[in-house]
Design a protein. Sequence first.
Length: 601
Amino acid sequence: MPPFQYLPYVLPLIIAVLTPGILAFYAWRHRRTPGAKSFALMMVALCIWSAGYTLELLSGANLSLKVFWASGKYLGVVLAPLAWFTLAVEYTGRETWLTPRRLVLLSIVPLLTFILAMTNGVHNLVWSQEQVVAAGPFLALKVAFGPWFWVHTAYSYLLLLLGAILIVQALLHRPHLYQGQMTGLLLALATPWLGNAVSIFGLNPIPDLDLTPLAFTVTGLMLAWSLFRFRLLNLAPVARETVVESMSDGMIVLDMQAQVVDINPAAQQMIGVPASQAIGRSAAEVFGARPDLVERYRHVTDARDEIEADGEYYELRLSPLKNRRDIVIGRVVILRNITERKQVETALALARDQALEASRLKSELMSRVSHELRTPLGIILGYAEMLRYGSHSQLDEWQQKAVGEIIDSTNGLTGLVNELLDQIQLDARAVKLRIEPFAPHELLRKVEGQMAILAHNKGLGFITTLAPDLPATLSGDEARLRQILINLIGNAIKFTRTGTIRTRLYCPDAEHWAMEVTDTGLGIPKEAQQYIFEPFRQVDGSITREHGGTGLGLSIVKHLTDLLGGQVILESEIGQGSTFTVVLPLAVDICSNPTTEQYKL
């Protein structure tokens, strides 16, 4: 145990032992990070080296004990340069170079050196002439270096130099994000080896005292600072190599003076400038062909835009680059080639415009044809009615039947023309609602007067129900509501062979009123219910061929209901008939439990 007054001199040695040990433990916990295992090995080597030399100094005048610790510390002495070199290789993304065979070859000299150090008393190839001398406050071991010591020294310094070259190369080509890491790593490793060189070559102000372990105190503190300040093991440059270098988007990093400090291969290809000619130059020089872009974004730190260059289209994203203190230290430019996407968008826009124009022309043609048909159809219907009622002469039974078929066909064709015109107006959003007060019972009476005869002619029952607590006056477009009911009832009559058509107006709740049409017809298949409200869509098969129709009636019902702010609900099963319910908003809270008043034909 040294005297108490030695403590100020021993304390740095203790720190030099503890700090690498703690860092080794921390690095081992992050051993999956590239370079972490080599970093941990290097810290263990420095810890062994410092511990061995500390025990050597504290051995007092015991020469044999000093020689023992001097030999033991060589385990750390030979491992440190090798671990440094492997760390530099892995840290700069060249770990594939470290094959098992190469690691074995690299370990030959360190292994031989350690063996020779442990057996030095036999051959004296590492050192000789051991003696204890005063070195400041300590008694140090003084030796004369042997020939193998210089072989080991040359080999160690070669590994240190090669590792430093790799780090410096990476430092020159890395963005500012990694420069703090690498600078800290270089300075931390340079300090002890500088002390080692001073001791070996006799430049030490305190002769015979090895400054290398003492310098490890500085090394440990600097590595700790680099580890926690720059997250040395959390963000290795290999991550940048893997992600940035292989990404298809171009990336350019600018500093606060708008100089290029980094550029990935994709960006080099996009702008046609290699990294050797871009890095270190101003953005104005690199983008000399597009001074307008440089000027546009000169003072912009955050932007997203689309630009065109040489027939190619790019999405440009400009983001601020901040340090850990959230201070802007530069800008990151991301370029993505969107030429193919723009071509697709242009083609789609052209196709859309062509489709809209074709639809407009179709609608215009259908509208003109429909309008042109209405006049002659009206004339045909008028003359047929005149013939039916004998305005010229009395018709016999066969003639009456023929005139009746003319009238029925003309009415059917007129209905088709009207449906086409309605659908055209709905598609063009040209339908304007006339919201006015109307009486629900009058609406039902008019519809009943028009549709009951059609049901009667087909042998069907026709029942209308009006809930008495339905408001006497509602607000809406009576003409469009009547059109909805006529379409639904007409559709029900068309597809019902026997039974009854029921129409009901009621309040399903306090906020809505509804028009419900129920038939006992054929029913609609589940799969057809998904598209039955689309224009020109009908239930497939013999049903539609038997009953005809254009497939526009339900589409018009759906469109008009949407315009009125309501919804259409369909309930149907094959062979059980169908129920169409149009639910519309009711502004007045007036509904109660309805009683039923029926009108039966």
